[in-house]
Every structure is written in structure tokens, then in C-alpha cells.
Design a binder for this molecule. Structure first.
Ligand code: ATP
Length: 434
């Protein structure tokens, strides 16, 4: 009997604690507040509550956002005092699959009605966020007739980037550079998207992303060439790992001319073997893939004196040719810039059109976000503009034909130097075009 009483008392206390949670939680000591985000709390309380909320509100939610279809019922109920003339119709929501928990939220598959498309669900993502009281909902379509909804109950990008576990790279020429808003690895895949543009205001996190990329690719048999006209302050940290580093416009021209010569050789090899890309060549005959990283491209394009202007035009032409020819020949560009538009010269717009991968950090004007994302994803422009000053390293990135928020892994200068020294044997200077 005392045991039963004890169980009852504990249950009542737990129940009351749950009901009054919002009043006492903010008064907890700091070290206990961390429990709010603990996975255990999510699995034991958050997830079952979310499942109940979704199951109970699904029909009404779909009706409110026009995702239900009207169907005639086979049976007509007529009560004693009411007589219905005609055939009653019933809103049928799309069928909801099993709601599976994940560390940061849950995923659920939805089976579309005939005539429905994933775009209708994408347009209502905000409605799902509010109805389910989650941080974000990402909607992807991996199978015809189905959409997968991936919900996160808190913002994973708010965590300290340094505390993230390193994700392994899926394959050669892919680099895991941070984390996406749904908690998945942020992968820059150069085989899927050969060239990338990284923009953002000063101190927004461009160089940190570049450092994260070079660190991730540094472990692979890939030649990395750096062009850093900020006196080599950023890419100089990786000098031991880089296969070439240019810190002035004249050096950049020499480096890019070498790249163009190398591209010619690669074309000859492909033609001799009757293939259209170096990836179709036998592994032993395949030239080394090359990634050219340009930090602050505006420095290459802007010049005051006539001689500098001539060099700038040559740099612009060489970069454009590299972008046009490089994708199939294993030569890839990563261009970082505070702004990258027609104000830098006609070559800039032509080069931007070749850079299919776009990453936009915090911006201080609409034009930069518009230049980076507007031509591909107009709806992402406003999201990039909303990135706050305290959100260092947070960006809007294109991934798999869509856009999402992401945050790069923080690589400190010391880590960069250590990595560079540890991987210096992978591709020493001059190896790539011998
Ligand atoms: N992912 C991140 N997580 C935490 N802090 C970050 C992250 N990315 C950048 N930072 C911090 O933001 C600051 C600015 O970063 P960074 O130098 O990469 O900006 P930037 O855009 O290259 O600036 P600039 O154009 O002036 O060179 C750095 O001090 C860095 O510590």
C-alpha cells in the first residue's frame, strides 16, 4: 500500500511539473538548463508529444492548407431530426506514414493524392512548422508519389561549430564542410556541382568556410591551388598543403596560364582515349583533380592603373576559360567574394553564370544576396538577408537542386596549420601538372 501511494505521488508531481514547465524552466540553474536540449528529453517527452500533435491535427491542417481532396462517402447518415439531400462529401488528407524519431526531430513520409505535387507541400512548409511547433521542416521528394518531411525540433546551427562530430566524406571530390539546418552533413560535391561561388559581408565566415573546405579536401589525392590577393593571409595557413599559391595578380596570371596549359594536356589525353571526361578514364591514367580556390576575387578584377587593368582583364579571361573547360577535365573553381557582379567588369557576370554552386553568408545589402541566389532561388534571397550579425559562419547554400541554411565547421588558424603540415605529403608543389 505505501508503495502504491508513493507511485501515485511521484506520478502526480511529474504531471504537475510537466504542466508548469514553462514557469520553472527559465529559473533553473545554468547547468541544468542544458537538459532542455538533451536527446533523452526529446526522445522521452518531445517526440511522443509531437507524434500526438501531428496525428490529432493532420486532418484539420491538411484541410486548412488545401492538401485534402474531397471524396464522396459511400454511406449517408441521416439522424432522426435532420434530413440531408444530396451526397455528403468528406475531406481526405494525404496518407501519413510512420513518424520516425531522429536525434534532432523526426521524419515522416506522406503519400500524395493523384494530381498532387511536392511543390504544394513546399509552399506550406511554414504552416507545418507552426502547427507542429518545431524549428524547421524540410520537404524533399525522393520517390515518385511521396514526399519526405524532415522536421527539426531545435536549430542545430546554434550549437558551437567546434563541438560537432566530424562527418566522413562520402567519396573523392566531396568535402564535408559543416552542418545543414536539418542536422545532416553539409557536403560540397564537386562531381555534382563543379564550380562554387561563396559570398558574404566582411566577417561573415567566408574564409572559415574556405578553410573548412581546404581541410576536408586536404586529406584526399587532390591538387589545391590558392589565389589569395589579401597578401596570402588566409590561404597562406595552408601553404604546406597547397600545390601552388599566388598572392599577387602577376602570380595569379602565371598560375592560371599553367592551369590552361594543363587543361590542353587533359583534353589531348581524353581525345586519345575517346572519352568526354577524365572520370571515364582508367584510374591509373587519370590526371589529378585540381581545385582552384580564389579568396576575395574582387582584388583580381579591380585595378587603378592601365597596366593593372590589362592584368585584370587577363585574369578574368583565364578564370572564365578555366570554368568553361574545367568541369569535365577535373579542374574546379571556388570563388569567394564580398560582392560579385557586373560592377567588377563584364567578365564577372559571365564567370558567375558558370558557378552553379552558390553560398551566401550574412550580407549588408540586398544586391549581394540577389546576385548570389536570386537568379536560381528567388525565395532564398530573403532568408540570406535575415542571417544575423551574431550568426557567424551561417549561410544559405544550394544543395541537391534546392537551398537550405547551413553553418560551416570552425577551423582555427592553428588547426589549419596543423592539418596543412599533416597532409603536406598528399600533393606537393608541382605534382599536379607534371
Ligand atoms: N562556422 C563558424 N562558427 C563559429 N565562428 C565562426 C564561423 N565562421 C566564422 N566564424 C568567426 O567569424 C569571424 C570571421 O570569419 P571569417 O574571417 O571567415 O570572415 P570573412 O567573411 O572571411 O571576413 P573577411 O571578408 O573580412 O575576410 C572569425 O573570427 C571566426 O572565428
Amino acid at each position: 500500500m505505501p508503495w502504491e501511494l508513493l507511485v501515485w505521488c511521484v506520478s502526480v508531481v511529474l504531471f504537475l511539473a510537466l504542466l508548469t514547465q514553462r514557469y520553472w524552466e527559465s529559473r533553473l540553474p545554468f547547468w541544468l538548463r542544458g537538459m532542455r536540449d538533451s536527446p533523452l528529453r526529446w526522445y522521452l517527452i518531445g517526440y511522443p508529444l509531437a507524434v500526438c500533435r501531428i496525428r490529432f491535427t493532420w486532418r484539420r491542417l491538411c484541410q486548412n492548407v488545401d492538401l485534402s481532396v474531397m471524396r464522396r462517402s459511400r454511406y449517408t447518415a441521416v439522424s432522426r431530426d435532420t434530413m440531408v439531400r444530396g451526397t455528403p462529401i468528406r475531406p481526405i488528407p494525404p496518407r501519413l506514414g510512420l513518424i520516425r524519431p531522429t536525434l534532432l526531430g523526426f521524419t515522416v513520409r506522406v503519400h500524395l493524392h493523384p494530381g498532387q505535387t511536392p511543390a504544394q507541400f513546399l509552399g506550406n512548409a511554414d504552416a507545418f512548422v507552426h502547427a507542429w511547433r518545431v524549428h524547421a521542416v524540410r520537404i524533399i521528394s525522393t520517390k515518385r508519389g511521396e514526399v519526405s518531411m524532415i522536421a527539426t525540433h531545435r536549430d542545430p546551427l546554434a550549437d558551437s561549430a567546434a563541438a560537432w562530430n566530424a562527418f566522413p566524406a562520402p567519396r573523392l571530390m566531396t568535402a564535408v564542410v559543416g552542418r545543414l539546418a536539418d542536422g545532416a552533413a553539409w557536403v560540397m560535391d564537386f562531381l555534382a556541382v563543379p564550380h562554387w561561388l561563396i559570398t558574404g559581408a566582411t566577417q561573415s565566415g567566408k574564409s572559415t568556410l574556405v578553410a573548412s573546405l581546404v581541410t576536408a579536401l586536404g586529406a584526399q589525392p587532390v591538387a589545391i591551388l590558392g589565389i589569395d590577393l589579401k597578401g596570402g593571409m588566409e590561404l597562406g595557413l595552408f601553404e604546406k598543403r597547397l600545390s601552388g599559391l599566388a598572392t599577387s595578380r602577376a602570380e595569379a596570371i602565371i598560375l592560371l596560364r599553367q592551369v590552361i596549359d594543363d587543361l590542353g594536356r587533359r583534353m589531348d589525353i581524353c581525345r586519345a582515349d575517346g572519352v568526354r571526361s577524365i572520370w571515364e578514364l582508367d584510374e591509373n591514367d587519370r590526371p589529378v583533380p585540381v581545385i582552384i580556390v580564389v579568396d576575395e576575387v574582387a582584388e583580381l578584377y579591380l585595378a587603378a592603373d592601365p597596366a593593372g587593368k590589362k592584368e585584370a582583364v587577363e585574369c578574368s579571361t583565364l578564370l572564365l576559360r578555366t570554368a568553361q573547360l574545367g568541369a569535365a577535365l577535373g579542374v574546379h573553381l571556388v570563388i569567394a567574394a564580398q560582392r560579385f557582379g557586373s560592377d567588377l567588369g563584364p567578365g564577372a557576370t559571365a564567370l558567375r553564370a558558370q558557378l552553379g554552386g552558390r553560398i551566401c553568408h550574412r550580407v549588408t545589402d540586398e544586391t549581394t544576396a540577389e546576385m548570389t541566389l536570386g537568379d536560381l532561388f528567388p525565395d532564398a534571397v530573403i532568408v540570406a538577408q535575415a542571417i544575423g550579425e551574431h550568426e557567424k559562419g551561417v549561410a544559405v547554400t544550394t544543395v541537391g537542386g534546392q537551398w537550405t541554411r547551413a553553418r560551416s565547421t570552425l577551423v582555427t588558424p592553428d588547426q589549419a596549420r596543423q592539418h596543412s603540415a599533416a597532409t603536406s605529403d598528399r600533393m606537393a608543389l608541382g605534382d599536379w601538372n607534371e
